[in-house]
Design a protein around this ligand. Structure first.
Ligand code: GLN
Length: 446
């Protein structure tokens, strides 16, 4: 597939041809189920859009039954920005329902397959976007990352996924999962394309009260592959990953060191509380955000004999199991008897995580970490929800701390599946993040 950088130089006629070819390929590989449907706005370079980002007049459903029939009345800010830069929202991609999951198995539209090995999950929750890019069915895509949903599917599919600093990209028009963690970001074939797409979608937005009102400089035209950086590694933290991932990690460290980067050993203080802090925070916010899907304000209304029955039927039939589980967990940790014991404690842990990262960044530019403990799982391999939650160990603390990170493939495992590693930067230091990622991409030659 042509890269985003190349596609941006095409004339209108070539772009229409590209779109026609894409439509054909998407139809002939319908079994992959990367796309929910193909819609198009504008005449620019096609960008695939995760089904939780509002595109005016499109059906946008967050992969859920409860939003069947909903038509977006406005554009998300990122969509407005794509259109202003001459790009076209093209196709809605599949996702875990309300972005809750790590495998894209929980969508109302059925599971998406991993194009590298169709017995495996593509990762999640932005599995449709990642599978589309990896299969050559998209030039580039947008995803959203609350606890890894851009970086982990990118890693599982052997492509690049980037989560911006919290506040860098407007969340206006993004279907909220956990508002203090969600960020929209690029899923692309290479690092430079990620920088180009990131430049296009980022910037201050008055429509998002959590958008960062700080100076923003374009970075894709001043990427520096030759910068020598101080990179932290986390030897103890990495011990929980598979041997293949550990080997890829160590090989990457050797390559970085030979290339003249300075490697500094650091540790995450006590990562065992990360999962608890994340799943308490994320479910608490999700329970609140999803209260609006009651069949009155939003959501496919079911009839009942009274208001309560209407709510119960709408929500019981509209939401899938994983979403219901999280609404219950979220309401539990926010309930009066348990608020201090769970929710407040999780916020304290969140502060400790942030402080720990701040301490590491006192004398390094970047941190190198695995993205996931293993390569893409076989379908059904994560038997219970807790196993799935545990598999997020390497991605979630970055969202809790609000930091930018980029996942890129570095090697293949013994089973032939790609292994992704991530670089993490200090808040708002996307320039260093992309400089380091460009350098790493060239080094590993994946
Ligand atoms: N797997 C994590 C969760 O289910 C992250 C999902 C995401 O980033 N949207 O919460």
């Amino acid at each position: 597939m042509i890269t985003l950088k190349e596609a941006l130089t095409l004339d209108d006629k070539k772009i229409s041809t590209l779109k026609e070819q894409l439509k054909q390929s998407i139809k002939s590989d319908a079994q992959l189920n990367a796309y929910i449907d193909i819609q198009n706005v504008g005449s620019g370079v096609p960008i695939a859009i995760k089904d939780n980002i509002q595109v005016k007049d499109w059906s946008v459903t967050s992969g859920s039954n409860i939003l069947q029939g909903y038509i977006a009345p406005y554009n998300a800010t990122v969509i407005t920005k794509l259109l202003q830069s001459g790009l076209s929202p093209f196709g809605r991609t599949n996702m875990d329902e309300f972005a809750m999951g790590s495998t894209t198995e929980s969508s109302f539209y059925g599971k998406t397959l991993n194009p590298i090995n169709r017995d495996c999950v593509p990762g999640g929750s932005s599995g449709g976007s990642a599978a589309a890019v990896a299969a050559g069915l998209a030039v580039a895509a947008l995803g959203s990352d609350t606890g890894g949903s851009i970086r982990q599917p990118a890693a599982f599919c052997g492509i690049v996924g980037m989560k911006p600093t919290y506040g860098r990209v407007s969340r206006y028009g993004l279907g909220a999962y956990a508002s203090s963690l969600d960020q929209i970001g690029p899923i692309t074939q290479n690092v430079e394309d990620a920088a180009i797409l990131y430049d296009i979608i980022s910037g201050y937005d008055t429509k998002d009260s959590t958008s960062a009102n700080i100076q923003y400089e374009k970075i894709s035209d001043k990427l520096n592959l030759d910068r020598k950086l101080r990179i932290a590694i986390l030897p103890k933290y990495v011990k929980d990953a598979s041997l293949d991932v550990q080997k890829a990690y160590n090989d990457t460290i050797d390559a970085l060191s030979k290339d003249g980067h300075t490697i500094v050993e650091k540790e995450m203080e006590d990562p065992k509380y990360d999962i608890s802090a994340y799943y308490i925070t994320a479910t608490a916010e999700a329970a609140t955000n999803l209260a609006r899907y009651d069949g009155i304000r939003y959501g496919n209304q079911k009839t009942g004999n009274n208001l309560e029955e209407l709510y119960v039927k709408t929500r019981s039939e509209g939401f899938g199991d994983e979403v219901k589980r999280r609404i219950m967990l979220g309401n539990f940790v926010l309930s009066s008897g348990y608020y201090d014991a769970y929710y407040v404690k999780a916020q304290k842990v969140r502060h400790l995580i942030k402080d720990n990262y701040a301490k590491i960044f006192e004398n390094v530019d970047l941190i190198l970490s695995p993205v996931a403990p293993d390569t893409a799982y076989k379908f059904g391999a994560l038997h219970n929800p807790l196993d799935m939650y545990l598999s997020d160990i390497y991605t979630i603390s970055i969202n809790l701390a609000g930091l930018p990170a980029i996942s890129l493939p570095v090697a293949n495992a013994s089973n032939g599946m790609p292994i992704g590693l991530q670089l993490i930067a200090n808040a708002f230091d996307e320039q260093t993040l992309f400089d380091g990622a460009m350098s790493l991409e060239r080094l590993m030659g994946y």
